[in-house]
Design a protein around this ligand. Structure first.
Ligand SMILES: Cc1cc2nc3c(=O)[nH]c(=O)nc-3n(C[C@H](O)[C@H](O)[C@H](O)COP(=O)(O)OP(=O)(O)OC[C@H]3O[C@@H](n4cnc5c(N)ncnc54)[C@H](O)[C@@H]3O)c2cc1C
Length: 384
């Protein structure tokens, strides 16, 4: 097994590192306080090709493999998870779904804008009453005699929601029970009847535009269906299987940032007449973080490798997401401990890392849901 990066992968990682150092890290704390990332960052991400990774150049994408995508995602997560999430959702969940399931017309309509950053996508699956149990979503899309659907429902916690130009929307199109009645649609965010309300007061990811979407008699043409009618849940699950790899990579970035900050602080801060790095129990905190970083990164790279080789990866993606998200929380919490009281104030970066990490065990399937996915793969039994 060769874990050495190719020249291309190394180059894209260095590009992302440099971008994050110049354009993200210096502003992350201010964006967090202002509850908004500077929107100009979207175009910059597009200009560097970070919103088009793995997408064919024919549609404006920048090519590259999934390991390159994970390397960029890790670097963005190291700088600011709010910025990382913009890419994970607009490219990872939306553009990749269009590339995988879209008609030629849909690809030409949406992908050049999504990959350049001229357009942003959001992923509308969760509803106020259905989170983990997404197959029982209640948003309805009723086909009229004129061939258009009329959509009614509410979507909750939608990342990029207030900024997005297109919503990958999941709605029920027939009476079939559970996931069988769900279809996917590409709905322009300015469609009449679609209103968006920003969700404020989040513990972390404060720079990110999270929204509730309310759809009241929104008219959607039949050619907005993404994939076959009744196959929307497959579209969603395929997107999330890869999406979990992207969340895992972002979590590696958080854990790496926590490690870097904790090591730097431990070698500078003095107590009992020497740097706190001399205390064995501080070294224990640092080494625990370091092992978590390596383990999470290797699990994530394994998923990318499976995807790039066209092999099954969904269970491994759940394992990587489960481990990396819990590891990011542990790492940020350990780092905060190393900082002592200074970790508790926002002049230092570790408090934000902990707040940002905390959602990672919740979205794109909670840790409990990942365990059910892994358990089903082990036993063949769908527990719930
Ligand atoms: C900041 C943020 C951004 C988000 N972005 C998006 C987005 O872009 N698009 C989108 O569609 N959604 C998004 N979500 C929603 C997210 O995916 C859901 O919050 C998540 O799936 C959990 O759903 P829930 O919050 O309704 O919790 P619930 O499903 O109500 O779960 C509550 C608790 O019960 C547990 N639980 C539920 N069912 C089981 C079970 N069968 N076995 C064991 N335990 C169980 C859960 O693990 C959890 O601990 C986002 C959420 C947040 C907070």
């Amino acid at each position: 097994m060769n874990l050495e990066l190719s020249e291309e992968q190394d180059a894209v990682r260095r590009l992302a590192k440099d971008f994050v150092a110049r354009e993200v890290t210096p502003y992350a704390a201010a964006w967090d306080r202002a509850e908004s990332v500077d929107r100009a960052v979207v175009r910059k991400l597009g200009d560097l090709g970070f919103l088009g990774l793995t997408i064919d150049e024919e549609y404006g994408g920048s090519g590259g493999d999934h390991l390159a995508y994970c390397l960029v995602t890790e670097e963005l997560g190291r700088g600011d998870s709010s910025v990382r999430g913009i890419v994970s959702v607009s490219l990872g969940l939306v553009a990749k779904s269009v590339a995988a399931w879209g008609t030629e017309e849909q690809k030409r309509r949406w992908l050049p804008g999504l990959t350049s950053g001229a357009l942003l996508g959001c992923f509308g699956l969760t509803e106020p009453g259905t989170g983990s149990d997404a197959a029982h979503l209640t948003t309805m899309a009723v086909l009229g005699t004129d061939g258009t659907y009329t959509v009614n429902g509410t979507k909750m916690f939608i990342t990029n929601g207030t900024w997005a130009d297109v919503v990958l929307l999941f709605a029920r199109t027939n009476d079939a029970p559970g996931h069988k009645g769900v279809s996917a649609f590409l709905v322009p965010a300015d469609a009449p009847g679609l209103t968006r309300r920003a969700v404020h007061g989040k513990l972390g990811l404060r720079g990110q535009a999270t929204a509730e979407l309310v759809l009241e008699d929104v008219r959607v043409p039949a050619d907005a269906l993404l994939g076959p009618e009744g196959k929307g849940f497959s579209v969603a699950m395929a997107a999330l299987a890869k999406g979990r790899m992207s969340v895992a990579a972002g979590c590696v970035g958080i854990a790496q940032a926590a490690l870097d900050a904790a090591v730097a602080y431990a070698t500078e801060r003095e107590q009992f007449g020497r740097s706190i790095a001399h205390h064995q129990l501080v070294q224990e905190l640092l080494s625990d973080i370091a092992v978590d970083v390596d383990a999470a990164r290797l699990l994530t790279w394994r998923v990318a490798d499976l995807v790039d080789r066209g092999l099954p990866f969904a269970t491994e993606s759940s394992k990587a997401k489960l481990f990396a998200s819990e590891a990011a929380v542990r790492a940020a919490n350990h780092a905060l401990q190393v900082f002592g009281g200074y970790g508790y104030i926002d002049e230092y970066p570790v408090g934000k890392l902990l707040r940002d990490a905390r959602v990672m065990t919740l979205y794109e399937g909670t840790s409990q849901i990942q365990k059910l996915v892994i358990g089903r793969a082990l036993t063949g039994v769908s527990a719930f």
